[in-house]
Design a protein around this ligand. Structure first.
Ligand SMILES: [Zn+2]
Length: 346
């Protein structure tokens, strides 16, 4: 018996097969000093009516990414089953311990939930949670929208994102779903550390997968929440769960999402050492290969010169550095280019 068939230790307070609106909690066991039989309660809302596809909306996989928490929570509170044909499963605040701790990683086990898939029901808290999502929730799901931002670590241009799917039909469906979501950019990427993410589990099951990056810098991005909420509703309309036309007009006057890609490793700029990084550009700005990306300062050393970092690729800044202090090997910029299918890798 593989890990995915082992029984989850998490109890689910609602029945995904029942019609109407159900709101409750997943109850995940967590032994602690104040309670050996203690649990962590994780909000879950399921809205089901008639027949149609099942959409999974997840927020708070990382605890310091606020726009998804807000957008999915609001939809979970307000979505009327009478307006739906199909099923919407919402986990607006999955990683409750990290959310309450305001951190990317879980304070319970120090793990990144989004690097624990497909999980293990007998593993650490994050592994147990990942296993529940993979083994109990995903078998119901046709379409997954996982709402992220760049958290404290960076600032992102407002975007959906997707893996380069090797199946052309799935790639087309996913790009169409991204265009319907209607963020300013949709970023196709590959070749990063993705083996244990929620997206990897979703894709392994043949489910359409879309992620987002809707801000960052450790604060609520006003436009990120607006684009996120509009995008969730657009998605339900696009897949026929909800009536109405999608609304994808952009602030800059363009009518639709601009499809982009992260071409290769040269699009990622990493800090060569620990220090204080002074970026020169904001996410969404156009940058040139060879142009100064910023300076790495060593303010604790008298007269030590700052190190200037340069972009290796021209394009639009998808991710810009945020926190000031960086470690050696931290990404401080990610450059994206207009999408070209001929330049992508499976
Ligand atoms: Zn995230």
């Amino acid at each position: 018996m593989g890990e995915s068939e082992l029984k989850s230790r998490i109890r689910c307070g609602i029945d995904f097969d029942k019609a109407g609106r159900q709101a409750g909690y997943l109850r995940a066991p967590l032994s602690r000093n104040t309670s050996g039989w203690g649990t962590v309660e994780i909000p879950v809302v399921c809205v089901k009516n008639g027949s149609g596809p099942t959409v999974l909306l997840t927020g708070g996989v990382h605890g310091d990414e606020y726009e998804g928490l807000i957008a999915v929570s609001r939809l979970a509170r307000t979505l009327d089953p009478a307006t739906i044909q199909g099923r919407v499963i919402m986990l607006p605040a999955i990683n409750v311990p990290a959310i309450l701790n305001d951190t990317r990683l879980s304070p319970v086990d120090g793990r990144d939930l989004n690097r624990c898939f497909p999980g293990n029901p007998k593993g650490t808290f994050s592994e147990m949670l990942a296993h529940f999502i993979d083994a109990v929730v995903l078998p119901h799901v046709d379409i997954s929208i996982d709402v992220h931002t760049a958290g404290h670590s960076m600032e992102s241009a407002l975007s959906t994102n997707m893996h380069y799917a090797s199946d052309p039909a799935m790639r087309k469906r996913t790009m169409e779903a991204a265009a319907a979501f209607g963020a300013p950019f949709n970023v196709v990427f590959w070749g990063v550390d993705e083996g244990a993410t929620l997206t990897s589990s979703v894709e392994r099951r043949g489910i359409l997968s879309l992620g987002t990056e809707l801000g960052g810098w450790g604060r609520v991005n006003v436009e990120g929440v607006r684009i996120g909420e509009r995008g969730l509703t657009n998605t339900l309309k696009h897949f026929g769960l909800m009536d109405g036309c999608t609304e994808t007009s952009q602030r800059d006057g363009s009518a639709q999402t601009r499809h982009m890609m992260v071409r290769d490793q040269d699009c990622y700029l990493f800090s060569p050492s620990a220090g204080l990084f002074e970026p020169r550009h904001l996410a969404g700005e156009t940058v040139e290969a060879g142009q100064s990306a910023g300076f790495l300062h060593f303010v604790e050393d008298v007269d030590r010169p700052a190190v200037e970092l340069f972009y290796a690729r021209s394009g639009v800044l998808w991710m810009a550095s945020g926190p000031g202090r960086v470690q050696r090997g931290d990404a401080v910029a990610v450059v994206m280019n207009d999408y070209d299918d001929a330049l992508c890798e499976a």
